[in-house]
Design a protein around this ligand. Structure first.
Ligand code: KIV
Length: 245
């Protein structure tokens, strides 16, 4: 398993970190066998696995079930677990929920934005944090690129510096200009993981269903399809139906 120190060394050695969202036991086994650096049990599971419109639709109960399944499938891989919407609504609640996710098998937790006093309290209690800045799906009013104006870019940089000084080991940067992804990456000691943040971050993350072609929806502009499991699945099921008939 990549330790927090190994992740830091990767940044120092300019060796990229490959993170992928994974939500269940079978895919966790595949990801570990393939040698993924880190797994993210993202709250995007609300959309891609459970079919909800918003990531706000899931809570701690669902997240714990999926984190535990992934940790059974990939016991030797660093697992980042998303803190669901409102599970970090205040410092005390956030600490209780972060500990629950670690008990379920997560190695670290990911938090969107800078909820008041939450990151400070978690770090005080030695919880490993992956921060998440830029587009924040739990609270965003739209899914447009963030950090395009000087003011927005400055706020993202300041938030990143704040998270870095607190000791967050990693920062996910979602849907921001490449130049801002590069600037944040240069200015922080934390490892930056981009999704729609250009090629200059320390690593990349993709949603598994986009990367493996598991749906028929239009891909976000920054995602690449590395397999076509939707078609493979339909073909396999058709084959099965034919054999039964
Ligand atoms: O939930 C998720 O999949 C995420 C990624 C988009 C980074 O937070």
């Amino acid at each position: 398993m990549l330790t927090l120190q190994d992740i830091k060394l990767k940044k120092q050695n300019h060796s990229k970190v490959a993170m992928l969202t994974i939500y269940d036991f079978a895919f966790a086994q595949m990801a570990e066998k393939a040698g993924i650096d880190q797994i993210l049990v993202g709250d995007s599971l609300a959309n891609v696995v459970l079919g909800y419109k918003s990531t706000r639709e899931i809570g701690m109960t669902e997240m714990c079930i999926f984190v535990a399944a992934v940790s059974r499938g990939a016991p030797n891989t660093h697992i980042v677990a998303d803190m669901p919407y409102l599970s970090d609504k205040d410092p005390k609640t956030a600490l209780e929920n972060a500990k629950r996710l670690l008990d379920c098998g997560a190695t670290s937790v990911k938090i969107e934005g800078r909820p008041l006093g939450v990151l400070e309290n978690l770090r005080k209690n030695d919880i490993p944090i992956c921060a998440h800045l830029g587009l924040l799906p739990q609270t965003a009013s739209d899914f447009k690129q963030k950090g395009k104006t000087e003011e927005e870019a400055q706020k993202i940089l300041e938030d990143a510096l704040f998270c870095d000084q607190l000791g967050c080991f990693e920062i996910v940067l979602e849907h921001i200009p490449e130049s801002l992804g590069e600037l944040v990456t240069q200015r922080v000691t934390a490892t930056t993981i981009g999704i729609g943040a250009g090629q200059k971050t320390d690593g990349q993350v993709l949603v598994m269903h986009d990367a493996l072609g598991m749906h028929q929806k239009k891909l976000p502009p920054f995602a690449t399809k590395f397999a076509n499991l939707f078609d493979a699945g339909v073909n396999g099921i058709e084959e099965y139906i034919r054999s039964v008939h």
